[in-house]
Design a protein around this ligand. Structure first.
Ligand code: PBG
Length: 328
């Protein structure tokens, strides 16, 4: 055959393949979501997330130390709140002495260089299991903003570097930004869960926090999986309201949305490789149906290829161990 173009020439050997490789995942790109519980010396595995446990603060400090050794230095903690502390207004979320602010302060005291991106939403603290105040079956938008802002302020006071509103209420980025600024926290950044879809893949996370909605679903605030253009509207609003980062969540089923935000924004873009995506890879690997390590590396690479700068992933520690193994 007289072929002028033979793309396979650039795949001939490992060194050549490395020369032409377009995208990379490094430990610097990763944020590790972690689950913190009350008590001492607690390590409670999450059945649907093999290898991931809920740790009490003391044990989590050990876990963070071992991650830092591997180069993972950014974490997204979520608190497991006991049922008796939950109420309609998520009051526990702005309790200065509560589990979460205490945990944040403890981490920053022990690891001043570690970056904490803290979640703002009512669901871990809500007796209704929703991200907003429930009134006669309706999720109130504007009244919820007040609670989110108070929650964000306590997290900022405790030492959070980045606040991550995951609630999908309208106007929350602007409202929280103004509230933080007014209270002297101009330097605390906002990573908006910009395009957060009403997804079936959140199941294992809701097991981890015991935070599933007590009635109905989250479709009046989280986005319809069928919509792409709407993500650009959310991105536009978040940008105008002062977001420092835009996030897409879930990750894998929404790579097109990541790409679209990348092409339409100058802000850093994050992808959240969520609990259900993690569980899928783990379950298939445990059954011997796929090579879990290779699948993990391929999944993470897909986010970079789609245009994400940052990846939130439960694989963070495991991937750092894998990188160490293959690179020495
Ligand atoms: C809720 C929240 C959810 C996740 C992060 N914050 C779940 C939900 O909306 O019910 C899910 C993360 C994951 O599945 O890994 N504010």
């Amino acid at each position: 055959m007289n072929l002028i173009r033979r793309p396979r020439r650039n795949r001939k050997s490992e060194v050549i393949r490395n020369l032409v490789q377009e995208n990379f995942v490094t430990v610097n790109d990763l944020i590790f979501p972690i689950f913190v519980v009350e008590g001492q010396n607690q390590a409670i595995p999450i059945t649907s997330m093999p290898g991931i446990s809920r740790f009490s603060t003391d044990r989590m400090l050990d876990e963070i130390a071992s991650c830092v050794d591997l180069g993972v230095k950014a974490f997204a903690p979520f608190p497991v709140i006991s049922e008796d502390k939950k109420d309609r207004f998520a009051t526990e979320s702005f309790n200065k002495e509560g589990l979460f602010p205490t945990f944040i302060a403890e981490v920053k005291k022990n690891f001043p260089d570690v970056v904490l991106m803290t979640d703002v939403a009512m669901d871990p603290y809500s007796s209704d299991g929703h991200d907003g105040i429930v009134d006669n079956g309706e999720i109130l938008n504007d009244a919820t903003l007040e609670i989110l802002a108070k929650m964000a302020l306590e997290q900022a006071r405790a030492g959070a570097d980045i606040i991550g509103p995951s609630d999908m209420m309208d106007g929350r980025i602007g409202f929280i930004r103004e509230y933080l600024d007014k209270n002297g926290f101009q330097n605390v950044a906002l990573m908006s869960y910009t395009a957060k879809y009403a997804s079936a893949f959140y199941g294992p996370f809701r097991e981890a926090l015991d935070s599933a909605p007590k009635f109905g679903d989250k479709k009046t605030y989280q986005m319809n999986p069928a919509n792409a253009r709407e993500a650009l509207l959310e991105a536009e609003l978040d940008t105008l309201e002062g977001a420092d980062y835009l996030m897409v969540k879930p990750g894998l089923p929404y790579l097109d949305i990541i790409k679209s935000l990348r092409d339409n924004s100058h802000l850093p873009i994050a992808a959240y490789n969520i609990s259900g995506e993690f569980a899928m890879v783990k379950a298939a690997a445990q059954n011997g149906w796929i090579d879990g390590e290779k699948a993990m590396a391929e999944v993470l690479l897909s986010f970079k290829r789609a245009g994400a700068d940052i990846i939130l992933t439960y694989f963070a520690k495991e991937f750092a161990q894998y990188l160490k193994k293959i690179n020495g």
